[in-house]
Design a protein around this ligand. Sequence first.
Ligand SMILES: [Zn+2]
Length: 374
Amino acid sequence: MTTLIKNARLFTRKGLVPGDVCLTPQGLAAPAAADATIDVAGAILAPGLVDVHIHGSFDVDCLDGGDSVATMAAGLPRFGVTGFLPSLAAAPLPTMTAAMVAACEYMSAPNPMAAKVYGVHLEGPFFNPARAGAQPHEALRLPNLADYQAIVGEHEKHVKKISLSCELPGGIDFARELAARGVAVSLAHTEATAEQAHEIFGAGVRHFTHCFNAAGAMFNRAPGPAIAALNDARITLEMICDNVHLHRDLMKVMLCCAADRIVGITDAMMAAGTGREGEFMLAGQKVYVKDGAARLDSESLAGSVATLDFVTQNLMKLGLSQYDALACTASRPRTTHGLPGGFVEPGAPADVVLFDDDLRVLATYIDGREVYKS
Ligand SMILES: [Zn+2]
């Protein structure tokens, strides 16, 4: 089945450009006669959104293994998401190993109508207890390859990203080793000073996990790791753009300094996509969701209930153009994490989304097939 999309504004390397494109199971192609033709009357056609940091949605957490990744993959296209990295929070090693195996089992036989799983993001357990955030203290460990190997087993090729407190003893060597193996290493839950952060970035770390959240504080003569990251043009900055995790002024400063390095994420936990508030779980801990915020008993924020279409719309409300907002959630997550696609052009995967002018999702396509329509 091929579909000719006519009269779209295509998300290209040169901006939003009026044009037509053909969706085929093999990928995007130049306009040509097709099985079906749809005139989208000026709607935006962009690569599908990709969430590189998401723990759960729809009442499931990928750390729980079982069918959780399948449930997330099946539900996410309604939010314009065509790919994601299920993110495993810190937990006892056997729990993380079982979740890793479950995610890889799903990847070996994925649902063709669901969002694609490009690999796993390990958000833990190698974190500094001083910046644990909602990560359970008892599960945290010093960086070491033996524990990493115990978690990933024979599935290392499916680890796409690891979040790590690189300032811990052995952290820089561990980061360097994983970067050499092709894993995107991201400074996270960190007490590093700005000076340490610069050293860490010099060792091949190219990402900063949920910038400014669970990171050392900022003072005038000790600006901390997030400011160091903001000042380093090599570093991609994850931003939880949910209006809960970051003050609006800080989000605007981040966009002023580094709009071309921001990757919008949800960091969503299991309540996302349910429309409900009340009691949920995250990494084996009780979480209470109220007024759009998820918190532990300690009041620490525990993931978000945001969806990636909301994050994208919010980036636009903070002052970005439609194109620049989509770059943060549709294009850059792919180009900075070695994932396929990033632009609407021949040869790219036909994982695309139609958006209206407010970046609301009109339809989602996976491998050229419509999997969601609003
Ligand atoms: Zn997270």
